[in-house]
Ligand binder design. Sequence first.
Ligand code: ATP
Ligand code: MG
Length: 365
Amino acid sequence: MPARKLLLLPGDGIGPEAMAEVRKLIAAMDSHLQAGFDVEYGLVGGAAYDAHGQAISEEDMGKALDADAVLFGAVGGPKWDGVPYEVRPEAGLLRLRKDLGLFANLRPAICYPALAASSSLKPELVEGLDILILRELTGGVYFGEPKTITDLGNGQKRAVDTQVYDTYEIERIARAAFELARTRSGRVCSMEKRNVMKSGVLWHEVVAQTHRDGYTDVQLDHMLADAGGMQLVRNPKQFDVIVTDNLFGDMLSDVAAMLTGSLGMLPSASLGAPDEQTGKRRALYEPVHGSAPDIAGQGIANPLAMIASFAMCLRYSFNMIAEADRLEAAIAAVLDQGYRTRDIMSAGMTEVGTATMGDAVVQKF
Ligand code: ATP
Ligand code: MG
């Protein structure tokens, strides 16, 4: 079996602290399961800027292109507030997304039963929630041209952003949604605003056509994105996979995140197109949270989002489904046992630091 090539980019702030817990899991899987991980390390964000004045070096970009999967921690912090825009910490992640062609952003919103009480909604609405928001990541209004601010001369300015989607961009994200749904409950809800946007009309048409062309075993529904946002808060469990564009996906995935309780619990994956020869997709896995400079270096960060991101990596990059299931069950089990980092602490539970939480997951796994 060829080695499983992983590139670890811990980044800044709590990124390295959370990544250290994933390294324990990788070591355990290598020694007990002969998983055969081939692990490389690199620098990204402020750490890369301090080392060589770039948000990611060419050498580390090369490693990312060569890897089967990239595990990314978090970047940024007040230390780098003044660095030039082109080399700011976030530029490292944007470069990775662009050069790896990561057009599909997967954001699961899972509410562990043990944490349902900490949701911003009624516990019964979200307990056991398990939905996946699939956001188109490389197109739409965030990137469309023209994108300008023009001085109109009479004390007025005009700002223009442009929403652009081509058929192929919608088709590939729709395929990804249907394929993901097949590994879950088999339902996709596509969201756009076809009542007021031409890009919504095309989105609806292409998703429906892609469905007819090869995915009729999956149930497809369509919702207007505003109504979808309302339904997401009113009755989140009606959804399985939600597929939507870059802008709506940005907002809806943050809304879904808040349904579940803590930022420190949420993983994400960004996937590219399948390789024509091997079928493999380029992929990057990262927690939803940032570098949390306010708690960095204290050993109290919650490592579960990073660990859950590694579980997604096992599932989507290495097809290690049983191991991914077991790792996710191990996370639920340590929560059931009462282990809590400070961010998810509640009365009667046991407060632990980053390393103890990581050790507990390794133990259960
Ligand atoms: P970014 O712009 O990179 O998303 P941010 O400042 O918006 O960063 P975070 O860095 O995620 O957001 O931090 C937001 C808050 O949540 C902070 O108070 C931080 O301490 C807390 N937080 C984030 N992640 C974790 C974690 N893994 N464990 C504990 N607390 C966390
Ligand atoms: Mg943020």
